[in-house]
Design a protein around this ligand. Structure first.
Ligand code: ADP
Length: 320
């Protein structure tokens, strides 16, 4: 393998730059030419490919987002569009590709392998932590810490005003950001798509705790668990207590990656080049029990819930 390209695709996540840096520096260390593709599959199709050197990734390790940019490219499900991407790779003499992204990105990678025999390595980069084959994805830890910052600030104001706070966080169909931030932030209620919840019961408990003198409550809502305004309105009506809604939004996608995400990025980027150098089959890279693992893309994109029910129970026990 002499020429490899790297791209970031789907939602950006803190640590993507650190990961590109790891890929670039490991490739150069192995005398492999390394190219960067701008704007994910959209840029690949258009041949937006440039050579990267060791200085291209200087001063990048601490920056959120992705300097290669990212984009959605819905038309990439079309085999003819994929063919254009393959032609662009071949025009640059590139014989291996590394994609950093989430499950959509991995589906695109799988198509490139299955339909055209391109060798692709996948690195999980998404704040959602919604890939079941890996314990963690690059960006998740930093996003949870940003949510924690928001919870701390909300606590100050909610406590002062005797209010109930409902904070919506990201995660698409996965409740991990809500769960981890909820436990670490001491939230009273964690509402996730994986576990059904009863708003009548929550409203009853809020009212009861209010009468007992506990006048502020924190509810963390995963975006996939329901509509924040409808849930808040139901709780207001049923409990008679004001519920203030905050949508943390895109703030949780940015920021400097923390230690865990930078270490994951380094280990994953290094592994991707090692696999390509050793002519391995196309694989998705992940981490299980702190060991770097690899699985076929078929397995990586399977939707099997790895939701941590024990941690969820702990959240509720500690919130009494
Ligand atoms: P993520 O990778 O974070 O899950 P998306 O779901 O938006 O983000 O996917 C990123 C990109 O991957 C899409 O814009 C599209 O180009 C490509 N993609 C997604 N699903 C498929 C699919 N089924 N087949 C081919 N390409 C896909």
């Amino acid at each position: 393998m002499q020429r490899i390209a790297v791209l970031t695709s789907g939602g950006d996540a803190p640590g993507m730059n650190a990961c590109i840096r790891a890929v670039v520096r490991t490739a150069l260390n192995n005398n492999i030419d390394i190219y960067g593709v701008e704007r994910g599959y959209a840029g690949l199709v258009k041949g937006e490919i440039t050579r990267l050197g060791t200085r291209s990734v200087s001063d990048m390790i601490h920056k959120g987002g992705t300097f290669l940019k990212t984009a959605r490219c819905p038309e990439f499900i079309d085999v003819e569009v994929q063919r254009q991407a393959v032609e662009a790779l071949s025009a640059f003499g590139i014989d291996g590709l590394i994609v950093i992204g989430g499950d959509g990105t991995f589906r695109g990678a799988k198509d490139l392998c299955d339909n055209f025999g391109i060798k692709v390595m996948g690195i999980p980069g998404t704040i959602d932590n919604d890939l079941s084959y890996t314990d963690f994805t690059v960006g998740f830890d930093t996003a949870v810490n940003s949510v924690l910052w928001a919870i701390n600030n909300l606590r100050d104001t909610m406590h002062s005003h005797d209010r109930v706070s409902l904070l919506e966080v990201m995660g698409r169909h996965c409740g991990d950001i809500a769960l981890y931030a909820g436990v670490a932030g001491g939230a009273e209620y964690v509402l996730v798509p994986e576990i059904p919840f009863d708003l009548d019961e929550i409203a009853r408990k809020i009212k009861k705790s209010y009468l007992r003198g506990k006048t502020s409550n924190m509810i963390i809502l995963a975006e996939g668990a329901g509509n924040r305004d409808e849930i808040a309105e139901t709780l207001r009506t049923k409990s008679g207590i004001n519920v203030k809604v905050t949508n943390f939004g895109y703030i949780q996608r940015g920021g400097s990656p923390n230690m865990n995400d930078r270490i994951l990025a380094a280990r994953f980027g290094y592994k991707a080049i090692e696999l390509l150098k050793n002519n391995s089959e196309s694989r998705a890279i992940g981490i299980k029990d702190n060991k770097v693992i690899t699985v076929p893309f078929d397995e990586a994109v399977k939707h099997v819930s790895k939701f941590d029910k024990e941690l969820y129970n702990i959240a509720h026990i500690l919130s009494l």
